[in-house]
Design a protein around this ligand. Sequence first.
Ligand SMILES: NC(=O)c1ccc[n+]([C@@H]2O[C@H](COP(=O)([O-])OP(=O)(O)OC[C@H]3O[C@@H](n4cnc5c(N)ncnc54)[C@H](OP(=O)(O)O)[C@@H]3O)[C@@H](O)[C@H]2O)c1
Length: 303
Amino acid sequence: MTGWLVTGAGGMLGRDVVDVLGGLGEDVTGLLRGDLDVTDESAVRALVLRARPAVVVNCAAWTAVDDAEAREDEAFAVNGRGAENVAAACAASGSRLVHVSTDYVFGGDGLAPYAEYDGTAPRTAYGRTKLAGEQAVLRLLPETGYVVRTAWLYGAHGPNFVRAMTGLEGRQPFVDVVADQRGQPSWTADVADQIVALARATPQAGIYHATSSGEATWYELAVEVFRLLGADPARVRATTSAAFPRPAPRPAYSVLGHDRHAAAGLEPIGDWRTALSRAWPVLAAAAGAHEPRSRAAWARQSA
Ligand SMILES: NC(=O)c1ccc[n+]([C@@H]2O[C@H](COP(=O)([O-])OP(=O)(O)OC[C@H]3O[C@@H](n4cnc5c(N)ncnc54)[C@H](OP(=O)(O)O)[C@@H]3O)[C@@H](O)[C@H]2O)c1
């Protein structure tokens, strides 16, 4: 058995996982939703048994957190049943599985970083469906299944908070950003590196956390984005979650611990600010978000 299959390969994380594997010279097949719909049990089984990959990385997911509140069945079909379909196919083929999950499986009211096996208590439909996916993977692949939880992703290939702030900086004199939610901004390329390193190292199966270290509020992240753009950080104003009511409540505290990663001898991602600085040239190239454009946009706004 050789090679890697990546599901959800058109998504923000999936694209970086395929890129990392390609850069390492691995034999990788990225599957878009049109190539493989993970909700189609027989198609998943047939494809995995035919390809017999050494590793499957499941990046396919329903990620519309707010929409999931009114459409939990549809989200469950992808995040719960879809993950189960992929895990069952891997059990049949003997492939290892890295399944990507989320901080939203926790209650979000902690005071210290959540450890990998801390109790889960999802507060949203999205979180419930992702937890169901985790449980299926751990049940069906007790020796060869890895659940990798990540959080607060930004990257070159999808809509995300860093890109949104970059756009708003060029369009608005001030931006109001919530300062009462804490997490770990994490670059998809770093998370992709962690996923690949984990699957290659084959430590004990189970749950791992792949996020930057340190912690930040969305407000602090926006301030850092403005600083990197060469814009005045005072244009970012702190506000509270109450100012932005949403169908799915956002966790106040979503910081994840990395003890199992360290115990496996794997390199940590490191501090979130350093990671954002490393990511910046890649993000800027992808979004055209470079300093002169930003300054010019701001000058036009102020005129
Ligand atoms: N973004 C974050 O901040 C964040 C935080 C924590 C955890 N995560 C987790 O990280 C993983 C990757 O997220 P992401 O940000 O890369 O999300 P994304 O950009 O929305 O990518 C998800 C991909 O899954 C595909 N997909 C949806 N339904 C599918 C189906 N039935 N069969 C096959 N593919 C399907 C989507 O295709 P279409 O585009 O065609 O719909 C999309 O390409 C997910 O497991 C997510 O739960 C993300």
